[in-house]
Ligand binder design. Structure first.
Ligand SMILES: [Zn+2]
Length: 305
């Protein structure tokens, strides 16, 4: 087995504990969101199944290589497709999410299936290609490389894809069986109406989904940014040493502080008139287009109140 450089295409896997692999989504892959594999002793768990079947299969193959068994439990941190469209690969075993997330997914199922249909993907792809072709600057055209790659991969997979929602919901807290303490927790609305984290206290590790993203603009438009700050309090109270983020590199409590700074800053900015500018300390973060969407969302919902 390759010990040094990861041979993976969609993730860069990093061992972050005994039997725990954090997979950071590669910019040139099709996973889009991070994943984490945890050997629970009694089971091999996958926390978030990523966007495409090919990236989900890479998670499954990595789990087999590193834990000696195929994943036997999958958890979805929240309902966004980049964290669960790969569920189909893990469908022989339970797929767990918060009860509210299960309900949201059942309500949104037709809409999400339509988004992943060949017709919709082909139309979106044509539109992206048209927009890219209209640009003259090389830098402008390069911005389209990642969305084009993701759409092409999803379109190739559309004929095979079966939308696979979670099979099991939980409320509040769920202790997972196995050799190590592993607790699923949900703290209510934040990044979405209901996000799930996995706390591994013996390993000082928290798997946070998109409640904590690193060096990336968080997406505020599906949840409650004010309550998200309370959720960050709960995460900090757990005192994790390291945090497996939903996007970007492995984080820590400093990453939580950066997300808190972003949320409080943008909540204040949204209340000021005029077009907002990205504060320089967030200037190098991934996904700058999300900033304007976040401000527009906050203004539309009555200045975040
Ligand atoms: Zn998300």
């Amino acid at each position: 087995m390759n010990v040094g450089r990861s041979p993976s295409v969609h993730f860069t896997f990093e061992t972050v504990g005994d039997g725990i692999m954090f997979g950071r989504a590669r910019r040139d892959g099709t996973a889009l969101a991070n994943t984490t594999i945890v050997d629970l002793g009694a089971a091999t768990l996958v926390f978030d199944s990523s966007l495409t079947l090919r990236s989900a299969r890479e998670i499954a193959a990595t789990a087999r290589a590193r834990t000696g068994r195929s994943p036997t439990l999958c958890v979805n941190s929240h309902w966004h497709l980049d964290h669960l469209a790969g569920n189909q690969v893990f469908a022989d075993h339970p797929i767990v999410a918060s009860q509210r997330t299960v309900e949201i997914l059942l309500a949104k199922r037709a809409e999400l299936e339509a988004e992943l249909s060949a017709e919709k993907l082909a139309a979106d792809l044509r539109e992206l290609e048209r927009q890219q072709a209209a640009l003259t600057s090389e830098r402008g055209r390069a911005v389209y490389a990642a969305p084009l790659r993701l759409h092409r991969a999803l379109l190739e997979e559309a004929v095979e894809l079966r939308f696979t929602p979670p099979t099991q919901g939980f409320e509040g807290t769920l202790e997972l069986p196995g050799d190590r303490t592993a607790t699923l927790l949900t703290f209510g609305s934040g990044h979405t109406e209901s996000d799930t984290v996995l706390f591994l206290p013996d390993d000082g590790l928290l798997l946070a989904g998109d409640l904590v993203v690193a060096e990336s603009h968080p997406n505020l438009t599906s949840g409650d940014p004010v309550h998200w700050l309370r959720v960050l309090d709960r995460i900090e109270a757990l005192r994790p040493e390291r945090i497996a983020t939903g996007h970007g590199p492995l984080g820590s409590l400093a990453t939580v502080a950066a997300v808190r700074d972003y949320l409080t800053t943008i909540l204040a900015l949204a209340e000021q008139p005029g077009p907002p500018t990205i504060p320089s300390r967030f200037g190098a973060w991934d996904g700058p287009e999300q900033f304007e969407l976040n401000v527009a969302f906050l203004r539309a919902r009555g200045r975040g109140s």
